[in-house]
Design a protein around this ligand. Sequence first.
Ligand SMILES: CC(C)(COP(=O)(O)OP(=O)(O)OC[C@H]1O[C@@H](n2cnc3c(N)ncnc32)[C@H](O)[C@@H]1OP(=O)(O)O)[C@@H](O)C(=O)NCCC(=O)NCCS
Length: 198
Amino acid sequence: MDNLRSNGEDIIGVMDDRWSEEEWRGVPLLGGLDQFDRVVRQHPNSLYIIAIGQNAARKKITTLFEEKNVRFGKAIHSSAVISADAHIGEGTVIMANSVVNADATIGRHVIINTAATVDHDCSIKDYVHLSPGVHLAGGVEIGFSTHVGIAACLIPQVKIGRNAVIGGGACVIRNIPDCVLAVGCPAKVIKQFQESKE
Ligand SMILES: CC(C)(COP(=O)(O)OP(=O)(O)OC[C@H]1O[C@@H](n2cnc3c(N)ncnc32)[C@H](O)[C@@H]1OP(=O)(O)O)[C@@H](O)C(=O)NCCC(=O)NCCS
């Protein structure tokens, strides 16, 4: 909501399963997922943002909305610096003081959290989450639904697989495969996930 308000955008409401009040932080609460059909019927032309940090949960809820053919917006804070030559996918959230440089490609429903930087020619696939203060040098590739932990740094051209987790503070200097947890400096794989977290 801060991102949208920083650009003076109208917010028609917030949906959340946890709350039954009528209003939250000055905007109407439209109900939880049980109200989903009604909300989409009443607001067919609105743009939606799935504001969930955990990648698999964000994908699950996004899929429900996609089935109703809703359109997704982008929530980019006014203080973020985005190159005119970067491509940003629908549903993506870019928080305050982040930077996305030239020819970077950011997928759909990505989160670029506070003060993260994505340098030139990076490729960030759908449902990735870059935590606050992450720095990606030029030409880095991050696979589908991977989570990069707070303040991690990745040197130029490294490739991270899909559904991976990079620990907070890691320095990644070699490619990291799919479905693993890598931590430390230099980052090493310490865990393999048995199955995809998609
Ligand atoms: C990487 C992370 C997800 C691992 O969590 P986890 O699976 O619960 O792992 P554990 O805490 O059980 O740690 C497993 C081992 O990895 C080590 N480890 C965990 N995170 C580490 C990190 N970031 N750097 C270095 N070592 C780390 C632990 O010391 C432990 O080692 P040990 O077995 O020798 O004691 C978590 O530690 C982390 O870095 N989270 C950052 C999340 C984040 O940035 N969130 C921001 C959202 S906006």
